[in-house]
Write a protein that binds this ligand. Structure first.
Ligand code: NAD
Length: 398
């Protein structure tokens, strides 16, 4: 069938296998062009199929030469429906890893469940022995608690009072004001249950109890802080409360793993176009302005550049020390948060309207990257020819 993008708001319901494969290959090529990293041997990435998790897996495999297990929640093609982008990305990753002689395995299913944790542990035991790095990069709108069966939904809302700011419809370029009402206590609780640290802690407890963590094992989860413009809806909103919980979990895990010489970190990453960030009001317009400024300064990075810097410069820089801020956080958002970058973004922000959005921001770049997440708008792909949507993932274990 001919595969074209079909969008509903910030969701694209189709994905293109060849385009996704080319996007993965571009990331692999970038990593191969950089110096190799003396890093982990066996890596588990939870949330491994798109965005930061996929980039982490690519860096681990192609810069450090690690064997990897990727856990993710993606769907295969069925009838007239294409597979999800993460499915195609992972199929391409597995092929590339196999070609390069790395071991790599995929587990598709709900990372929040006991079943997937148990399957992953079995796989580690039979194939890799022990894991020395666990990346936790799950971003999800919902979580069913494995012990109580309660299903939680996360919301992106301010806390305490209404929040009003500019936002953009990145398809039409229309800049409008959006007002978001504050979350109630239960919405805050549920968002923390989905995006906070509880599941990360459960994973680490189970891996530790099963004896599949190597001496000195490291674990990292990802967070975002961002500028004043987005604070009410992000860092000081429901999702920020969940990230605070993640940071508390990192401190606890750091002590827990420390007894075997291990470490736990939260890495604060840059705002980037991913399936998750495009769902947050205000953020796509902020990212568009940020991209314009950072591209002009020559400091723009995508997921792969960010993750390469995280591994090479912070986690495995050869010194044995990982640079953190005064709250113990790794900051690879440092270039985004430079005062001169933020001052320019704030100036653009105050001037942005529908009439000037393509001049004052990189909305064009944002939109293109959004479609590229699903394998569209990718050079070298003919979107007018019939394409088989059914693609197998070579080392799929569930
Ligand atoms: P993403 O949507 O691109 O990736 C999410 C991943 O989670 C996918 O692989 C998906 O399959 C997986 N997933 C979702 N639900 C799952 C489930 N139930 N079981 C197994 N896997 C599941 O998201 P992203 O933007 O890369 O976000 C990853 C992390 O990085 C999040 O913690 C996010 O807050 C953080 N972060 C993102 C940004 C940004 O701007 N995108 C910036 C800083 C930090």
């Amino acid at each position: 069938m001919m595969i074209q993008p079909k969008t509903r708001g910030f969701i694209c319901t189709t994905a293109h296998p060849e385009g996704c494969a080319k996007q993965v290959q571009r990331q692999v090529d970038y990593v191969k062009s950089q110096p190799a990293i003396e890093g982990p041997r066996n890596v588990l990435v939870i949330g491994a199929s798109t965005g930061y998790g996929l980039a982490s897996r690519i860096v681990a495999s192609f810069a450090a030469g690690a064997n990897t297990i990727g856990v993710y929640f993606d769907k295969a093609a069925e009838g007239a429906r294409t597979a999800s982008a993460g499915w195609y990305n992972s199929a391409a990753f597995e092929e590339a890893a196999k070609e390069a002689g790395r071991q790599s395995f995929s587990i598709v299913g709900d990372a929040f469940s006991d079943e997937i944790k148990a399957k992953t542990i079995d796989l580690i035991r039979t194939e890799l022995g022990k894991i020395d790095l666990v990346i936790y990069s799950v971003a999800s709108p919902r979580r069913t608690h494995p012990k109580t069966g309660e299903t939680f939904s996360s919301v992106i809302k301010p806390i305490g009072e209404n929040f009003t700011n500019k936002t953009v419809n990145f398809h039409s370029g229309e800049v409008t004001e959006v007002t978001i009402e504050p979350a109630n206590e239960d919405e805050i609780r549920q968002t923390i249950a989905v995006m906070g640290g509880e599941d990360w802690q459960m994973w680490m407890d189970e891996l530790e109890q099963a004896g599949v963590l190597a001496e000195g094992a490291t674990t990292v989860a990802y967070s975002y802080i961002g500028p004043e413009i987005t604070h009410a809806v992000y860092r000081e909103g429901t999702i920020g409360y969940a990230k605070n919980d993640l940071e508390v979990t990192a401190k606890r895990l750091n002590k827990q793993l420390g007894t075997h010489g291990g470490r736990a970190f939260v890495s604060v990453n840059k705002a980037l176009v991913t399936q998750s960030s495009s769902a947050i009001p205000v953020v796509p317009l902020y990212i568009s302005a940020l991209y314009k400024v950072m591209k002009e300064h020559g400091t723009h990075e995508g997921c792969i550049e960010q993750m390469y810097r995280l591994f090479s410069d912070r986690l495995y820089n050869g010194s044995g020390d990982t640079q953190v801020d005064d709250r113990g956080l790794i900051r690879v958002d440092d270039w985004e948060m430079k005062p001169e970058i933020q001052a320019e973004v704030a100036k653009l922000w105050s001037e942005l309207t529908t009439d000037n959005v393509y001049d004052l921001s990189d909305l064009k770049g944002y939109r293109k990257e959004f479609f590229q997440l699903f394998g569209f708008e990718t050079d070298g792909v003919d979107y007018e020819v019939d394409t088989n949507p059914e693609v197998l993932i070579p080392n799929l274990k569930s």
